[in-house]
Design a protein around this ligand. Structure first.
Ligand code: PLP
Length: 405
């Protein structure tokens, strides 16, 4: 791993057939440090965003020791790599075997649920363990997010009080509440609104919650999507937490995925053919460009050449290497007009849900990973880093209506 070489030098040296994933562990460290300094609670990394060893190690070394997993494989990955890690199994629907293995083999004590049937499964597979932390997942609005996650998981406001009471009865240890405002959440107020809804259910149920887990959803910067500063999210969450009727010493948890790793990864892909404004690449929908194709998100792109092009920027469409017609990204991706076959393009801000989404469909999908020390993409953690804001004193004030953003 050379620090002096650029992504272009590194790619040229490897000359791989497929795309090159550029890993920037220092960007993971910057994001992790920001969260540790500014989030007034425990940070659980949502492993699905990027389970690459380099990303996990960078998080661990930056002090992230808690992990949110959703499958047996993710739990095994974290347990074997970091035996001292605290693992929370936050998928509200788990196989019985995954629950049993997590509890008996990996020492997992924290499980999410959004139904009584799942609660019964957890109790059965852990032999009625008394030391579990059970977290009730709520359905909340995904309105503030670019990728809403509502509808699939979460107990409704109507059913929540009964499930909370039932879970409290069996949970002698800790009772938590959680939600997910949707990924790439553009409105800090979405957290506060969600917390207000969860709070109503807690009050209605007459239970005491020990943990408020505000989930993931923290944004990254993409073309056309410039989120408010990250500190505004933290401030909205603090305000929401203050207004909740929870145990005096209640803990605040977060499960960021995207925000911890998005800036840390990019892909160097090669143009195999140009047809007008269409570029046919060696990476696409079934590789690291899932979101660019399926969600039609724009990502920052730049041409990598020994001698930079002086041509004007022009809009391009991208096609991936497979025969599937869905393997296409409309963009537009702004690249020099003289781009041609053989050129290398770096597509940035792909550290989250990039390599993690890849398949081997159609014989493509081999990705070489190379580490680079540069920081060429926009950052959420520039000036704000180190701006520590003290946790406000908890008060028992009556709830205010959250302001709409
Ligand atoms: C995916 C997921 C996360 C991470 O979401 P981001 O939007 O990437 O921050 C956190 N918690 C749960 C339960 C998830 O499913």
């Amino acid at each position: 791993m050379d620090s002096v070489l650029s992504p272009l030098d590194l790619t040229a040296r490897e000359a791989p057939e497929g795309p090159v994933a550029i890993a920037r562990p220092h960007r993971v460290a910057a994001a992790a440090t920001w969260f540790r300094e500014n989030f007034p609670g425990d940070v659980f990394y949502a492993v699905k965003a990027n389970p690459s060893p380099w990303a996990l190690d960078a998080l661990w070394h930056a002090g992230i020791k808690n992990f949110d997993v959703a499958s047996d494989a993710e739990a095994h990955l974290i347990h074997s790599r970091f035996p001292g890690a605290q693992i929370a199994f936050m998928h509200p629907v788990k196989s019985r075997r995954a629950i049993a293995r997590a509890f008996h083999d990996y020492g997992v004590k924290t499980f999410a649920l959004d139904s009584e049937d799942e609660l019964d499964k957890i109790l059965a597979e852990t032999n009625g363990a008394k030391d579990l932390t059970l977290v009730v997942r709520f359905e909340v609005s995904g309105d503030g997010s670019a990728y809403p996650l509502a509808r699939k998981f979460g107990v409704s406001a109507a059913d929540a009080p009964a499930l909370l009471r039932k879970t409290r009865q069996v949970s002698e240890e800790m009772l938590g509440v959680s939600f997910h405002v949707g990924s790439q959440c553009m409105r800090p107020d979405a957290y506060r609104t969600a917390m207000d809804g969860v709070n109503r259910a807690i009050v209605k149920a007459g239970v005491v919650a020990d943990i408020v887990d505000i989930g993931g959803g923290f944004p990254a910067i993409y073309p056309g999507m410039s989120p408010p500063p990250m500190i505004e999210y933290v401030n909205a969450i603090k305000a929401g937490f203050e207004e909740m009727f929870v145990a005096q010493n209640a803990k605040l948890w977060a499960e960021p995925g995207r925000a911890l790793v998005a800036e840390a990864g990019s892909t160097v892909t090669r143009v195999e053919l140009r047809k007008g404004d269409a570029l046919y690449l060696n990476d696409g929908a079934f590789g690291t460009l899932f979101d660019a194709t399926h969600l039609n998100w724009a990502f920052p792109a730049k041409l990598l050449r020994e001698t930079p092009s002086r041509a004007k920027l022009a809009p391009f469409r991208l096609y991936g290497p497979t025969c599937d017609s869905m393997d296409a990204a409309a963009g537009p991706f702004m690249l020099p007009a003289d781009i041609q076959e053989g050129d290398l393009i770096e597509i940035g801000s792909l550290g989250a849900y990039g390599t993690a989404m890849g398949t081997r469909f159609n014989g493509f999908g081999d990705t070489v990973t190379i580490e680079s020390k540069d920081s060429p993409w926009p950052s959420m953690y520039g000036e704000a880093t180190g701006a520590v804001v003290a946790m406000p004193k908890r008060k028992r004030a009556p709830k205010k209506q959250p302001s709409q953003g």
